[in-house]
Design a protein around this ligand. Structure first.
Ligand code: HEC
Length: 397
């Protein structure tokens, strides 16, 4: 075993070693003879430190934690000086925390954050659409990263009205810039790369992206106490069944309940989708709906394909959102948003899988703790990253 005993744990270890009967393991009950110091120094650490191992938490490893943190935060192994500084520290927790703070202030952190948000947003690089031109697929990850690096409230990822297509210089500095699509921004919701990447029939893939990225669950998103028996199952959405389009005259029958209940998912989805309908495949805003309805001829989608004409768009039942700006504000105010983003940070730090794809969810209490501290810091995600990387869990393995 090559583990280095870290000094912080030593006083505890020594104190406990003097307790009678605490000899650790096999010789329980045997007499604990403490040998002279010179003899102790002369034997191998593996034997010498055996009784300390009982009271030292064997799962704490600052060396390993430093290596993981360095790779994630600055994209490189810790330097020899950083490793030695930690090994020699009398208070490794403090030295480790100082190092994490330094990594978070390092220019390389900007680039690692862009990589994290590329992963999270499933975006990156550029997309060549031939006649439609080239789309910058990096602006949304860059914008999210810039919010983290600057410590600005992360809610701006859904609410900022300008500067959402920043550039990143080699020195790690972001410079805000407006996106090229010429409209007032709503965080990344109006981002050309997002709109382009998730372009699909009736804008449902854009809706799904928002749900899975910022709320961290798949559809169905709303489950109420309603339990309405239908031929194909139970209808449990809070929305009235007929609040979305359907029936025999509809181009797509979202009332279909014969084999599965479309409305369990689509009651929510159809109230959001029209808000994402007016962007074309290159992510450019269009005056009319640019998405199509998947029926023969693939006609442009009509509002009434989603909703009856009297119905209003909404984020959730009881949360009407007349436009994208209102939608962004509603998602930013949804308590599931900070819980989701904090879970994503936790999973990244601890090398867990994706919260949606791999269902790497966190226990309810932990999720609530992470959410609460994220919100209390005014959505300062850099602070949350610091808290997670210096947490008792991160330095254990
Ligand atoms: C479990 C949730 C769920 C249920 C139930 C459901 N859908 Fe969907 N539907 C989705 C999601 C999510 C998408 C977007 C998928 C994507 O593009 O990634 C979608 C996409 C669609 C699309 C666009 C498909 C395309 O070509 O892009 C149509 C049309 C549609 N659904 C109709 C229906 C109908 C009709 C029913 C009932 C028979 C139904 N859905 C049931 C979640 C659901």
């Amino acid at each position: 075993m090559t583990r280095t005993m870290l000094p912080r744990t030593l006083p505890l270890a020594l104190a406990a070693a003097t307790l009678p009967g605490c000899t650790g393991g096999a010789e329980q009950g045997e007499h604990d003879n403490v040998p002279p110091q010179a003899f102790v120094e002369g034997i191998s650490p593996a034997v010498r430190d055996r009784n300390k191992a009982v009271v030292v938490d064997p799962t704490v490893d600052y060396g390993l934690a430093l290596r993981t943190a360095a790779l994630k935060l600055v994209g490189a192994y810790p330097t020899l000086a950083e490793i030695k500084e930690l090994q020699a520290a009398s208070d490794p927790a403090a030295v480790f925390a100082k190092r994490i703070a330094a990594y978070l202030a390092d220019p390389r952190f900007s680039f690692e954050q862009v990589a994290f948000w590329r992963d999270t947003f499933k975006l990156g690089g550029t997309r060549n659409l031939g006649m439609l031109g080239t789309v910058n697929m990096d602006s949304a990850p860059m914008f999210a990263a810039s919010l983290v690096v600057s410590g600005r409230p992360f809610t701006e990822v859904l609410t900022a009205s300008s500067g959402t297509c920043p550039t990143l210089a080699a020195n790690g500095t972001f410079t805000p810039a407006n996106c090229a699509n010429g409209i007032e921004a709503v965080g990344v919701l109006t981002d050309p790369g997002v709109q382009s990447q998730f372009f699909s029939s009736m804008a449902f893939r854009r809706v799904r992206w928002v749900q899975e990225t910022f709320i961290c669950t798949k559809f169905p998103a709303e489950i109420s106490d309603r339990k309405e028996q239908r031929p194909g199952g139970t209808y449990y959405s809070p929305w009235p069944f007929t609040s979305i389009s359907g029936g025999k005259d509809a181009r797509v029958d979202f009332h279909d309940d014969r084999s599965l209940i479309c409305a369990n998912c689509h009651s929510t989805m159809n109230h959001i989708a029209p808000l994402f309908g007016k962007f074309d495949e290159a992510g450019r805003p269009t005056p009319n709906y640019a998405v199509r309805t998947p029926i023969p001829g693939s006609p442009p989608t009509l509002f009434t394909d989603w909703l009856p004409p009297t119905e209003m768009t909404a984020w959730r039942f009881g949360v009407p959102t007349a436009n994208l700006k209102a939608l962004g504000a509603a998602i930013a105010a949804d308590p599931d948003m900070p819980r989701c983003i904090a879970t994503r940070i936790w999973n990244w730090a601890l090398s867990r899988g994706d919260v949606v794809v791999d269902q790497a969810t966190v226990p309810k209490e932990l999720g609530e703790q992470l959410r609460a501290s994220f919100v209390a810091s005014n959505y300062n995600l850099k602070q949350l990253i610091y808290d997670v990387f210096t947490s008792a869990t991160f330095v254990r393995y």
